[in-house]
Design a protein around this ligand. Structure first.
Ligand code: GLU
Length: 305
């Protein structure tokens, strides 16, 4: 059976943007009769916590979503990521990088280089310099060795998207697996066949598809949903006002009202019908999904809908 997923980072309560993406991912999966699983992306112990995780589960339930099996936690699968990094080392597809953040920032601004891309400084070290770095005992990150090729993915909502693949980090100097690597390893391990998520991740998706190809993993179907923006046009954040489910309930909204407004903002129904997510399944049609971001007005953010 096919399978979709929602993969929040447990860094705080889910906001309307997260809930809207979760709703879209759930609808894509359930309308197709697929399984739907959760994954907590909790590799950063400083900003993520079990308390946030418990709260997010409660919010998803209150919002009316369900999922199959126990949610997975990335922090419990560190061996899985390490094995894949070792495989890429053994295949000579990665290299150690000692650059500091500052060096990377400066190097990435060099002319004739795609903005923000790491120019492969440590890939080009002489053997002698590499040995010196290794002897210094300074911890090194592991980077993927790419040849500057570009890779195209086809998104079912937005069409083809091509990016140059840079020498992305696979494992940080402190040993933490990098986001792109962890996502690719987990999507394969969890048997995810369709990835529905916010379109802020569209630009990194060719990197993930490239890694999938290198590792012999199947490439899932991609669907990137436009984000929710604050009245100033920024990506919605908690500081913007009443943007969590609890905030909305405190204002007097029922969860069904919140589902209704978010479904309407996705283009899936008129805004005035209070619904549970399951009520949207029968008429769900991916081609209706709005292709532009949804900007909340100051009134929408501060008062009951
Ligand atoms: N954990 C990521 C986030 O909360 C989502 C990653 C993904 O869906 O691939 O933005």
């Amino acid at each position: 059976m096919s399978r979709g997923r929602f993969a929040p980072s447990p860094t705080g309560p889910l906001h309307l943007g997260n809930l809207r993406t979760a709703l879209a991912a759930w609808l894509f999966a359930r309308a197709a009769g697929s399984e739907f699983v959760l994954r907590f992306e909790d590799l950063d112990p400083i900003v993520t916590s079990r308390d946030h995780e418990t709260r997010q589960l409660r919010e998803l339930e209150l919002f009316g979503l369900d999922w199959d099996g126990e949610p997975m936690r990335q922090s419990e699968h560190l061996d899985r990521y390490r094995t894949v990094v070792q495989e890429l080392r053994a295949r000579d597809l990665s290299y150690l990088c000692w650059c500091t953040r500052r060096e990377i920032r400066e190097a990435a601004q060099a002319p004739h280089h795609p903005t923000g891309h790491y120019p492969g400084t440590c890939r080009l070290l002489t053997d002698e310099d590499r040995q010196k770095q290794q002897a210094s005992g300074r911890p090194a990150a592991v980077r993927l060795a790419t040849g500057g090729e570009s890779f195209e993915i086809v998104d079912r909502l937005t069409g083809p998207h091509r990016e140059t693949i840079d020498d992305l980090v696979l494992e940080r100097a402190d040993g933490t697996p990098a986001y792109n690597l962890a996502v690719v390893v987990d999507d394969a391990a969890q048997g995810i066949e369709e990835v529905v998520r916010g379109d802020d991740l569209l630009s990194t998706t060719p990197r993930q598809a490239y890694l999938q190809q290198l590792l012999g993993y199947p490439e899932p179907i991609w669907a990137h949903v436009p984000l929710v923006l604050s009245p100033t046009g920024e990506r919605l954040a908690k500081r913007d006002g009443a943007v969590t489910l609890e905030d909305r309930i405190a204002l007097g909204d029922r969860p069904e009202r919140v589902v209704s407004v978010l479904a309407a903002s996705l283009g899936l129904q008129p805004p005035d019908r209070e619904v549970r997510p399951a009520d949207l399944l029968e008429t769900f049609d991916p081609s209706l999904i709005s292709r532009s971001p949804w900007t909340m007005s100051p009134t929408q953010i501060e008062s009951c809908w």
